[in-house]
Design a protein around this ligand. Structure first.
Ligand SMILES: C[S@@+](CC[C@H](N)C(=O)[O-])C[C@H]1O[C@@H](n2cnc3c(N)ncnc32)[C@H](O)[C@@H]1O
Length: 398
């Protein structure tokens, strides 16, 4: 089956996640926020396992020219159903305004055609060229009609229909309505935690460890993704208790997941004394990022925090963690990027990685997509309102 994945705001991370979450996928392209690939059939609920994909689109047809898109073609592509039909159209890629206008008018023709069949029809339009997940969900486009998706790439044009959208409300709940929230400590957005867990990949029956677990976001996402044994540790007893409250909340809300979990107080630099060597399949963590910043720190102050506080912590923690990681195991870290708008200060990955080897997030066969990468092969995850950016790094044990 050919699918297109509408990617979130960090396409490198989204693609890095896709190739590992769908092991049999072959990607063809990733441009204009859309990644196209072929794999065996995906259940619509699969999207809940992808933090970096907003829509999954089943590709119906490759067409020669935009002129082929008309009411008759779209009518054929609406999955068979009784009753009223609600539809909308999204366009990805560089499509001239005159063609957009014509496609919009074909939508009006489609509405007329459906009505002429004696059925009710609704055409959902928006100011934007692409309908948002909220619009698609609120108008029940997937259940009661179709969101047609037109994808104009450099070398081809595809048309398909959306089969699943990201459950934005569920992520919002896990981000904001959860126990154990701590803005002061800094928390990973659940979507990012999910992408990191996917990028670490590996066997879900092996132990996944977050040695800087904070409020437990990574561990919660790993349980929801089917990991059967997750372990968290933090130097702070308060964080450990917040994580426990969060994981109990997750367990209660999702009794269908049966993963075991353990959380305890430990300094990541000595955690190898508490767990057996090579007993962990994957490590996913956002380590301590330094004291909270207000944007007025000088580059010298920031370099001091990075080089004298964080680098020794990361280096010693990764030395301990690499002993716990099983051979061919992966560790995914979210490292801080300071001063990101005025000359970024990155974490010196090669100085902290010890025996682990930095690996590119996007596998070599897809490097030609030209997705942005950092010099360590990682990718940035940034929000405009934050002083400290994140660099997501994959390290492997050989
Ligand atoms: C950025 S927070 C992690 C947030 C977490 N990923 C979440 O989403 O809730 C970093 C955590 O590292 C913990 N920490 C700091 N130094 C540590 C150390 N040496 N060993 C273990 N944990 C440490 C802090 O207590 C804090 O909870």
């Amino acid at each position: 089956m050919k699918y297109a994945f509408a990617l979130g705001r960090h396409p490198t991370l989204s693609v890095a996640e896709l190739v590992r979450a769908i092991p049999n996928i072959t990607l063809e392209s990733a441009e204009n926020g859309i990644c196209v690939g072929s794999c065996s059939e995906l259940a619509p609920g699969f999207i809940n396992k992808l933090g970096g994909t907003i829509k999954v689109i089943a590709i119906d047809k490759e067409i020669e020219s935009l002129g082929e898109i008309d009411a008759a073609l779209m009518r054929k592509l609406i999955p068979p159903r009784e009753g009223r039909i609600i539809f909308g159209i999204s366009i990805y890629g560089q499509v001239p305004g005159v063609e957009r206008r014509r496609i919009y008018i074909e939508g009006l023709e489609l509405k007329k055609a459906i009505k002429s069949e004696g059925r009710r029809a609704r055409y959902v339009v928006s100011q934007d060229t692409q309908l948002s997940s909220v619009v698609i969900a609120k108008n029940k486009l997937i259940e009661e009609g179709a969101e047609f998706v037109i994808i104009k790439e450099k070398g081809r044009i595809l048309i398909g229909h959306t089969i699943a959208i990201q459950e934005f409300e569920a992520y919002g709940e896990r981000d904001f309505d959860r126990p154990g929230r701590s803005a002061r400590r800094g928390m990973l957005p659940p979507k990012l935690a999910q992408m990191m867990v996917n990028i670490a990949g590996g066997d879900k029956s092996k132990t996944l460890l977050d040695p800087f677990c904070g409020s437990g976001t990574v561990l919660g996402e790993a349980l929801l993704m089917g990991y059967t044994d997750v372990v968290g540790a933090d130097i702070s007893a308060e964080a450990v208790s917040d994580t426990k409250a969060y994981l109990e909340w997750i367990e209660k809300a999702h009794p269908e997941f049966h993963g075991r979990w353990r959380v305890f107080v430990s300094d990541a630099r000595t955690i190898n004394k508490l767990l057996p060597p090579e007993s962990v399949g994957a490590i996913v963590a956002e380590p301590f990022l330094g004291p909270p910043q207000n944007g007025r720190e000088t580059p010298e102050q920031l370099k001091h925090i990075m080089n004298d506080e964080l680098v020794p912590l990361y280096r010693d923690a990764i030395a301990a963690l690499s002993k716990l990681l099983a051979p061919r195991g992966a560790a995914v870290f979210s490292f801080p990027v300071f001063n990101r708008n005025k000359g970024p200060i990155f974490t010196p990955v090669s100085l902290v990685a010890n025996a682990l080897i930095p690996a590119p997030l996007v596998p070599s066969e897809y490097q030609n997509f030209g997705l942005p990468a950092t010099s360590s092969g990682g990718a940035l995850y940034e929000r405009p309102d934050q002083f400290v950016g994140r660099e997501i790094i994959l390290l492997k044990k050989v």
